[in-house]
Design a protein around this ligand. Structure first.
Ligand SMILES: Nc1ncnc2c1ncn2[C@@H]1O[C@H](COP(=O)(O)OP(=O)(O)OP(=O)(O)O)[C@@H](O)[C@H]1O
Ligand SMILES: [Mg+2]
Length: 372
């Protein structure tokens, strides 16, 4: 699939924008605060109905206006589709449509998938276990929309169980029994889905990472669970594992007033040449690792959904040395439709074969000069 054109009205610092896009590569060059990330945000929003920067849609409305519109023309294998989103504050409404036909949010979603890299994603490596879990959970939700509801149900159970633990004031309450069962059933389901996604992503990212490092580094992904993990354990075994660990930790949990076992305590470990990336990776290595994960995600999405996603790379080149930049360019060129932003045009001299260059200045996008 690819996006043929993007139209914006009153989105962030864009008043009106009509932008034809290249089927392969699009480069957006501009100084700071001109609207580069805003443009990627609009495309991400067209795919997911939400921003990656805020939960508050009101922030996306151009200052002093009442609402925004985003329209994209998507070309799928099966034909073209005109997608349209409208958000208004007074009266509050959010409308989704395809080819003029109004759709509910859930009917609208899944028309195309974005794979986004932003510098904030470096938190996947250096940040907290929670940030890594979030990254993996998002991957899974893209493919299995039901997963989001499972996660929500799990947090509800967790909250109620924690409340009960705190009320017990150090004594193990018999009421916990039924919560343990629910926690274990749903916890096992979540772990199962994560382990499955991790196996796929681990394989794919080992390859993409090897390509990005010119074969010099080997990446391994490992799931670190709060319970012992047997090779090839199914949902039933995971559930038993959680129940057993809960029994073991009962006293400790009662004393601390919190649930110590379950997927909310798990982590994903990245090893580069056998060393923990969390502890030892350099800036460039962190960036390379995250990029490898994102490139793996492209293959993952294609495998699961049958279509290539849209690749959005925000400020991807800083901190990569010339060789890693070149290897990155080689591994995306010509494969998926890609939008890349940067503050200086010479970064794009790398892309020689194809693509369009645009210059962004204060919410205006104009074709840049062709480069040789
Ligand atoms: N709702 C809004 N209405 C109008 N302008 C906005 C709105 N939200 C953000 N902006 C403006 O958009 C500008 C550009 O934001 P954007 O994040 O796209 O910059 P950028 O080109 O990616 O810059 P950088 O290179 O620093 O990342 C911001 O400086 C801000 O002033
Ligand atoms: Mg930016």
């Amino acid at each position: 699939m690819h996006i043929e054109s993007l139209r914006l009205h009153n989105f962030r610092n864009y008043g009106r924008l009509e932008l034809p896009l290249d089927e392969r590569l699009n480069f957006f060059v501009g100084e700071n605060a001109q609207g580069k990330t805003n443009l990627l945000e609009a495309l991400f929003y067209a795919a997911t109905g939400r921003s990656f920067r805020t939960r508050n849609d009101g922030e996306l409305v151009r200052w002093g206006q009442d609402g925004f519109e985003i329209a994209v023309r998507v070309v799928h294998k099966r034909g073209a589709e005109q997608l349209h989103l409208l958000y208004r504050q007074n009266p509050k409404e959010k409308l989704y449509s395809s080819n003029g036909l109004q759709l509910s949010r859930s009917e609208y979603l899944g028309r195309f998938y974005p794979v986004l890299f932003t510098p904030e994603d470096l938190a996947i490596v250096k940040g907290s276990p929670q940030q890594r879990r979030k990254f993996f959970d998002e991957q899974i939700s893209k493919i299995y929309p039901l997963y989001e509801a499972e996660l929500k149900r799990f947090s509800r159970i967790l909250r109620q169980r924690n409340r009960l633990l705190r009320q017990g004031e150090g004594v193990v309450s018999p009421e916990l029994e039924s919560w343990n069962e629910q926690l274990a059933v749903l916890g096992a389901r979540i772990m199962q889905r994560r382990l499955f996604a991790l196996r796929r992503l681990s394989l794919l990212s080992r390859l993409t990472h090897r390509r990005l490092t010119g074969g010099e580094e080997t990446l391994v992904l490992r799931y670190r669970a709060a319970i012992p993990l047997q090779q090839g354990a199914g949902e039933a075994e995971l559930k038993e594992g959680i129940l057993a660990a809960l029994r073991e930790q009962a006293r400790q949990e009662a004393r601390l007033g919190q649930t110590l076992v379950g997927p909310h305590r798990d982590d994903i470990e990245f090893l580069i040449n056998g060393k923990s990336a969390h502890l030892f990776a350099s800036q460039g290595q962190q960036r390379t690792l995250v990029l490898a994960l994102k490139l793996a995600e492209i293959e993952y999405i294609r495998g699961e959904s049958g279509e290539f996603p849209l690749l959005l790379l925000d400020d991807v080149f800083s901190e990569l040395d010339a060789r890693r930049r070149k290897l990155l360019v080689e591994s995306i060129e010509g494969k998926v439709q890609t939008m890349v932003t940067a503050t200086a045009a010479e970064r794009f001299a790398l892309f020689r074969r194809s693509g369009r260059l645009f210059a962004i200045t204060r919410g205006e996008v104009v074709p840049g000069e062709p480069y040789s």
